[in-house]
Design a protein around this ligand. Structure first.
Ligand SMILES: Cc1ncc(COP(=O)(O)O)c(C=O)c1O
Length: 388
C-alpha cells in the first residue's frame, strides 16, 4: 500500500475513493488521444482488466467514457436485443437502477426484488427461471453498494448455466477485490469502473464481454455514444477510442493497475479490505453500534450501520463532525430505517481505519449519544429466516 499521508480527507465512501499520491501524479502528464503511446496504454489497461477476470481470447474488454452508470447503460442497450426478456435480481438502489435503464430502453424484464438487503434465494431464482422460459438473460449486482451486501453470484451463475441463460453482472464495487473469474462464473458480460476496487479515478467504466455475443449485437443500441458494439469495432480497427477518451483518467488507471499487481492482485486486495473492515466493525461494535448485515452476507467493501436510536441523532451533524477530523462517510440508503455507510475500500491503511473509528467515537460524544445505551434493532429473526 502506498503512502497516503497526503490523502486527507480520507474517503470512506462507496466511490470515488481515496487514491494514492502516485495515481494522482500520473495525471500530471497530458496525452494525445490519437497518440501511439496512449493507444498502447489503452490496450495494456484492457489486457490487465481481462487478466483480472481470467478471461482468454474469447472475451474482450470494451471501455466506455463516463461514470459506471454509462457503462451499465451501454452494456444493457447494446447487448440485449430489443425484444429479449431479462430477469433483474434487485435488492437495493443499483438493482433498481438497472430496471430504470431497461424502462428507458423499453426492454422487457421480470424482476425479483428482495427489498433493501435480503439476497435472492436459489429456490426463488430457479422457480422463476423454470416458470418463465422467455427469460434470456439474468442481471445481478455483485456487491449491492447501497447496503454493502455481497450477493450470491456463484449460485446465480450455476443456475444460469443449468437453465441455459446468459448472465450479466454489475460488479462495479466488486471487480478487482472479489473473484470475478470468467472461467468459473461463465458470464456473458461483467460491468465495472476504474474508480472503485482498482483505485483509479472516475471517468470511465468497462465491459468484459464474450466476443461471440458482442459480434451479434450490431444495431441493438439506442444511443450513438453508448454503442458498445461500435466502440469495440472502432477500437479493434484503430486502437483508439471512438470519441475523446478520458486521457488522464486512463493514465491514472494504468498506474493504479501497476500498484494493484505490486500488492499481489485480487486476493491481496480482498484480504486488505477484509482486514480494514474487521478493524472498522470491531471498533464501531465496541462503541455499541450495530451493522445491518450478518457477517456471512457482508461484503468487505462497504458496511451499513444502523443510526443510533437517540433523539440527538442527525446525520448531517454527524457527517460534519467526522469530516472536520478528515474523514468522509456516506448516508445510508435503506428505505425503512435511518442508517449510515462506511467504506473500507480505497488506499486506506489500517491507521486510517482506526482514525475513522476514533473520529466517529468523538463525533458521537460531541452529539452526546452513547450507542451502547440506545435501543438495539431486532434484526436476527429476519436474518434467520434465510439459509446461507
Ligand atoms: C453496483 C453499482 N452499480 C452501478 C453504480 C453506478 O456507478 P456511477 O455512480 O459511477 O454511475 C454504482 C456506483 O456506486 C454501483 O456501486
Amino acid at each position: 500500500m502506498t503512502d497516503v499521508v497526503h490523502n486527507k480527507p480520507y474517503l470512506l465512501t462507496p466511490g470515488p475513493l481515496t487514491t494514492s499520491l502516485s495515481v494522482k501524479q500520473a495525471m500530471l502528464e497530458d496525452h494525445g488521444s490519437w497518440d501511439k503511446d496512449f493507444n498502447q496504454m489503452t490496450a495494456w489497461v484492457c489486457q490487465q482488466l481481462l487478466s483480472i477476470a481470467h478471461a482468454g481470447t474469447d472475451y474482450s474488454c470494451v471501455p466506455m467514457q463516463g461514470s459506471g452508470t454509462f457503462a451499465v447503460e451501454a452494456a444493457l442497450g447494446s447487448l440485449i436485443g430489443q425484444q429479449s426478456t431479462s430477469l433483474v435480481l434487485a435488492n437495493g438502489a443499483y438493482g433498481q437502477r438497472i430496471c430504470q435503464i431497461l424502462d428507458y430502453l423499453k426492454r422487457p424484464y421480470l424482476l425479483i426484488d428482495t427489498g433493501d438487503y435480503l439476497p435472492v434465494s436459489a429456490e426463488q431464482l430457479s422457480e422463476c427461471l423454470a416458470s418463465n422460459p422467455e427469460i434470456e438473460q439474468v442481471i445481478v449486482v455483485h456487491c449491492e453498494t447501497s447496503s454493502g451486501i455481497l450477493n450470491p453470484v456463484p449460485m446465480v451463475a450455476a443456475l444460469c448455466q443449468e437453465f441455459n441463460k446468459a448472465l450479466i453482472i454489475d460488479s462495479m464495487s466488486g471487480f478487482g477485490a472479489l473473484d470475478c473469474n470468467s472461467q468459473k462464473l461463465k458470464y456473458r458480460a461483467l460491468i465495472a469502473s476504474a474508480n472503485k476496487c482498482l483505485h483509479g479515478v472516475p471517468g470511465f467504466g468497462f465491459v468484459i464481454v464474450q466476443n461471440t455475443w458482442l459480434a451479434k449485437c450490431a444495431g441493438n443500441s439506442h444511443s450513438l455514444s453508448l454503442d458498445l458494439h461500435a466502440q469495440w469495432q472502432y477500437m479493434e480497427k484503430t486502437g483508439q477510442w471512438r470519441f475523446t477518451p478520458p486521457t488522464h483518467v486512463l493514465a491514472a488507471c494504468s498506474q493504479a493497475l501497476r500498484e494493484y499487481q505490486t500488492l499481489g492482485g485480487q486476493a491481496a486486495r480482498l484480504e486488505w479490505y477484509q482486514q480494514n473492515q474487521r478493524l472498522l466493525v470491531n471498533g464501531l461494535e465496541d462503541l455499541g453500534l450495530q451493522t445491518l448485515l450478518p457477517r456471512h452476507w457482508q461484503s468487505p467493501m462497504i458496511t451499513t450501520f444502523f443510526a443510533p436510536q437517540h433523539p440527538n441523532w442527525d446525520f448531517t451533524t454527524f457527517y460534519q463532525l467526522i469530516k472536520a477530523q478528515g474523514y468522509i462517510i456516506y448516508p445510508g440508503k435503506l428505505t425503512q430505517v435511518a442508517s449510515f455507510r462506511v467504506g473500507s475500500m480505497g488506499e486506506l491503511t489500517q491507521q486510517a481505519m482506526l482514525g475513522a473509528v476514533r473520529a466517529i467515537k468523538q463525533a458521537l460524544s460531541q452529539m452526546e449519544i452513547n450507542p451502547a445505551t440506545c435501543p438495539q434493532m431486532a434484526r436476527e429473526p429476519l436474518w434467520n429466516q434465510y439459509a446461507v
